[in-house]
Design a binder for this molecule. Structure first.
Ligand code: B12
Ligand code: SF4
Length: 460
């Protein structure tokens, strides 16, 4: 049986280390196609071997002798203005080491590769890149290579989206699951793919498609059950771009969780809107612990300019409705986006201060990605030259605000409350400490002073 080794190349720990879900789905598809597939991970190797991942990786590769290797590239950079931390040097280093240990063909995949396939293939010198969903595409490529064939292009675009039933797996790598549950405080899964919305900055529809593709709710809950029973998950995230869809799949999933009595805590992204109290209560019964609200902007003007179909009133009302049921919320706000002016900045800060028991993370500017609506706006406003290579990070900042003024305004406004976070470089370290102490979840709620009943959630 041919051997395929998959390596997760992501070593980012901000805001916390994340289980390589995409890689495990690809591994599962390869096993179903009859390949002997093993998974490993550079961050896991680094942390379990005392600081340097390539010696244990070398031992694994030379001992197991894979016939084909896949490397998962998740992040391009950390999207932080003004100078984001780039991940490419780490990927180049990883490819260099892998090449020293094996002559097997090397295939890249993952969201970073999907966004910039040609550049990442050139920069790293890997053999092939699969842009898009890797499950079928990698298995097809393996079949081709092992039967002596060659694909027509080194970049394979997996544009034909998977049918919903196959987009999921109950299997995780047991060592990685144990490690990430402890190091990142949770495991993860997807209930559906795609997003039909058109928010100006967002690359998710380009990555996953513009319409929802659902997995059967029972199948999603089987996977959650498996995370709990086989891998000991006592916290998970449903990583859908937006969990609440107009078709009601999110409620079906919650109903199935409640019906089976699966109440382990979880988190997800929700789009602010109008919610029925009964639905919020159902989510609570199904274990929803906290919400990462897809707010992004904090005034009606900037929400509209960003292409959101809700206003500030919906944000405030949704937040309050969930808070009253004991479900806490965080909001990530990008200041300086389309339509921002000094007056929307002041209004936005005032709006944010009206949110009770909310953690607010703020950043400046928008890291632009290909195939997103904001690129055309930036070109039209003369902020970006047409055809610019966005692999080198470029930020959209509204011409009506001075970024240095914005920086100092946010520092002043956010300094007064512990649940308002702007430019705090110590947060990831604090999160790491909390996870090290056995706390689960994204743990930003430790910034909410009234929520210090954490002893109940500690696992060891
Ligand atoms: C959920 C999420 C988070 C959650 C994760 C929580 C958790 N516990 O899992 C949180 C909030 C923590 C988070 C944080 C960050 N995130 Co995030 N996140 C996402 C999101 C919405 C979904 C990721 C996911 O689970 N997808 C589901 C899996 C199944 O998909 P996938 O990984 O892409 O895998 C498929 C393919 O890529 C491919 N594939 C994957 N691996 C491999 C390997 C091989 C060999 C092959 C062939 C194919 C292949 O096949 C898979 C199955 O189809 C994506 C956006 C999106 N819709 O993709 C952003 C995204 C991945 N995040 C991104 C970023 C930047 C970040 C942060 C750096 C932001 C920050 N500054 O904090 C951090 C980094 C965290 C870390 N430690 O790495 C970027 C990455 C690209 C980029 N722009 O650099 C994305 C794409 C969003 C964006 N802005 O464009 N994130
Ligand atoms: S920001 Fe959220 S709702 Fe808007 S396009 Fe992106 S994933 Fe969809």
């Amino acid at each position: 049986m041919k051997r395929i080794l998959l390596i997760n190349g992501n070593r980012t720990t901000e805001p916390y280390p994340v289980y390589p879900l995409g890689m495990s789905l690809v591994a599962s598809a390869l096993r179903q196609r009859g390949y002997d597939c093993r998974e490993t991970d550079l961050y896991y190797l680094q942390e379990t071997s005392g600081g340097e991942p390539f010696t244990p990786l070398g031992a694994l590769i030379t001992g197991w002798e894979p016939d084909l290797v896949g490397l998962a590239l998740r992040n391009v950079d950390n999207v932080s203005w003004p100078v984001p931390d780039a991940c490419t040097p780490g990927y180049i280093e990883a490819v260099g080491h892998i090449r020293r240990f094996t002559k097997a063909p090397l295939v890249l995949g993952g969201s970073a590769l999907t966004l910039f396939p040609r550049r990442l293939l050139e920069e790293t010198g890997a053999d092939y890149g699969i842009a898009g969903e890797g499950e079928s595409a990698f298995a097809d490529l393996a079949d081709t290579l092992f039967s002596g064939g060659r694909p027509a292009d080194r970049i394979i675009r997996a544009d034909g989206y998977l049918d919903p039933g196959s987009a999921g797996s109950r299997d995780r790598d047991p060592d990685l699951a144990r490690f990430y549950l402890s190091a990142g405080g949770m495991l993860n899964l997807q209930a559906k793919r795609g997003c039909p919305h058109r928010c100006a900055y967002c690359s998710y529809p380009a990555l996953e498609g513009r319409c929802y593709r659902y997995r059967p709710a029972a199948n999603v809950v089987d996977e959650i059950e498996s995370l709990r029973d086989r891998y000991g998950a006592d916290f998970y995230m449903i990583t859908d771009s937006v969990f609440n869809d107009a078709g009601g799949h999110w409620l079906e999933t919650a109903e199935e969780l409640a019906r089976r009595g699966i109440t382990i805590p979880w988190t997800c992204y929700l789009r602010p809107g109008r919610f029925r109290d009964a639905d919020v209560a159902l989510l609570k019964r199904a274990g929803l612990h906290s919400v990462e609200w897809g707010t992004d902007c904090c005034t009606d003007t900037t929400l509209a300019a960003m292409g959101k179909d809700f206003g500030w009133n919906e944000v405030a009302a949704s937040h309050e409705q969930f808070r009253q049921q004991g479900i806490y919320g965080s909001h990530f706000i990008m200041f300086g986006g389309p339509g921002e002016t000094p007056s929307t900045v002041s209004k936005g800060i005032a709006n944010l201060s009206s949110l009770n028991q909310a953690v607010v993370f703020a950043g400046i500017g928008i890291r632009m990605f290909p195939d997103t609506p904001i690129v055309a706006r930036a070109v039209a406003e003369g902020l970006l030259e047409p055809g610019a290579d966005l692999f080198e990070p470029r930020f959209y900042i509204s011409p009506a605000v001075d970024p240095l003024w914005l920086d100092s305004t946010l520092k002043t406004a956010f300094a007064v409350r512990s649940d308002r976070v702007y430019g705090d470089s110590t947060l990831s370290e604090k999160t790491r400490m909390m996870h090290g102490l056995g706390y689960r979840g994204p743990v930003w709620d430790f910034l909410l002073e009234e929520r210090m009943d954490r002893r109940r959630r500690r696992t060891r």
